[in-house]
Design a protein around this ligand. Structure first.
Ligand code: HSE
Length: 403
């Protein structure tokens, strides 16, 4: 029997206990061992709940108990999770976590500490919730060099954008619905400003390229400026607007970005709707692959955490190598990346059309509401687009396009 401790009895922590109880026998068959939760660390007590007999408030109890071989960290946030995880690894315990903030900030160091102590630090649930993406990158796609990873990595914003696209609702209305349904927090900043997706793509980029990609270096633009009128143009163009998190290798350079992007029906992420996440991966040998599923939620996330625990039980004395060095990867300037651009301009096509075509060539001018028009450029470097668009009066908005 392998004894584990769970740090945090919130949504994911209680999910981990539930998954281990519900699938106890099948997990034991696959693991070759029974997994038993010995302790649950939480500040709170849970009177009347059977979990209460496992609740401890002092982390030292877990740390000093040699019988505990695996620590599951599902508290969230960087501290005290970082301190607890370090202490566990240095005490020779394996760690599984769902904590993207911790992994994005300290992943490389924690992987190194795990290696020095012949244990494992695993974090499948930190990106894409229940969708397998970390282990495929680390184990199944090792024959490939990763050319591109582009994902819908945030379920809340994908739900909001889907509602705007399909129901014609405005941003404030869909945010309220997302909050009422419990998808968006009362303070929705981390989701709607793209910070959550940014940490997740930083983790994937670090794994894909083997070096630390600092999330602070990733250009990040959220969805707060996207309007219902933008979606009217998108519909006319046969496109949708998605919050995409991407990293892409081009020659010796790596670009990474989080931004709303207009995509067409032939894009693999076009049909990813609602709270679902999906991750598109392009390998130089494999070509295209897609990973799709529930990117959040109690049981999907707990399922990924427990899968890490099973993997750790199977490799209890062996560190599984993860190629993510602390040496920083310098990202290329996103202004050098090429996109098409959708632009909305105040005024009439009759008055402004000649100037638009002087700057951007033979573009089609679209009209969906009074007092303005839109157009889509050919693909060009963003710095080139910026230089041209500065010379045009009345620009209301611009959205990157990949269609
Ligand atoms: N807020 C996140 C989302 C939760 O909406 O996808 C999962 O990390």
């Amino acid at each position: 029997m392998t004894k584990i401790a769970v740090l945090g009895y919130g949504t994911v922590g209680s999910g981990v206990v539930e998954v281990l109880e519900t699938n106890r026998e099948s997990i034991a068959r696959k693991t070759g061992d029974v997994i038993d939760v010995k302790y649950v660390l939480d500040l709170r007590d849970f009177p009347g709940d059977p979990i209460q007999e496992k609740i401890v408030h002092d982390y030292d109890v877990i740390l000093k108990d040699d019988e505990v071989r695996i620590v599951v960290e599902v508290m969230g946030g960087v501290e005290p999770a970082n301190t607890y995880v370090r202490q566990a690894l240095m005490a020779g315990k394996n760690v599984a976590t769902s904590n993207k903030a911790l992994v994005a900030r300290h992943g490389a160091e924690l992987i190194a500490i795990a290696r020095e102590n012949s244990v494992n630090f695993m974090f499948e649930a930190s990106v894409g919730g229940g969708i397998p993406i970390i282990r495929p990158l680390l184990q199944s796609l090792t024959a490939d060099e990763i050319v591109e990873i582009t994902g819908i990595l945030n379920g809340t914003t994908n739900y909001m954008l889907t509602k705007m696209s399909e129901d014609g609702l405005d941003y404030d209305a869909v945010l309220k619905t997302a909050q009422d349904k419990g998808y968006a927090e009362r303070n929705p900043e981390a989701d709607v400003e793209g910070y959550d997706a940014c940490r997740k793509i930083a983790i994937l980029a670090s794994l894909a390229y083997g070096h630390q990609v600092d999330f602070e270096d990733i250009y990040t633009e959220g969805i707060t400026k996207i309007t219902e009128t933008d979606f009217e143009y998108a519909r006319k163009l046969g496109t949708v607007i998605k919050l995409l998190a991407t990293c892409r290798r081009q020659g010796e350079q790596v670009f990474a970005m989080v931004s709303p992007v207009m995509i067409g029906a032939d894009h693999p992420l076009f049909n990813v709707k609602g709270v679902f996440n999906a991750i598109f991966v392009k390998g130089n040998m494999l070509g295209d692959a897609m990973f799709y599923g529930r990117g959040a939620g109690k049981l999907p996330t707990a399922s990924a955490v427990v899968a890490d625990v099973v993997e750790e039980v199977k490799h209890i004395h062996t560190n599984i190598r993860i190629n993510w060095s602390a040496q920083k990867l310098c990202l290329a300037d996103v202004k050098e990346a090429s996109h098409r651009f959708f632009v909305r301009v105040s005024g009439s096509p009759e008055e402004m059309g000649a100037r638009v075509r002087e700057l951007f060539g033979e573009v089609t001018l679209l009209k969906v509401v009074d007092g303005e028009f839109g157009f889509v450029t050919e693909a060009m470097e963003e710095s080139c687009f910026d230089a041209k668009i500065k010379q045009l009066d009345g620009v209301r908005t611009r959205i990157r396009g990949n269609f």
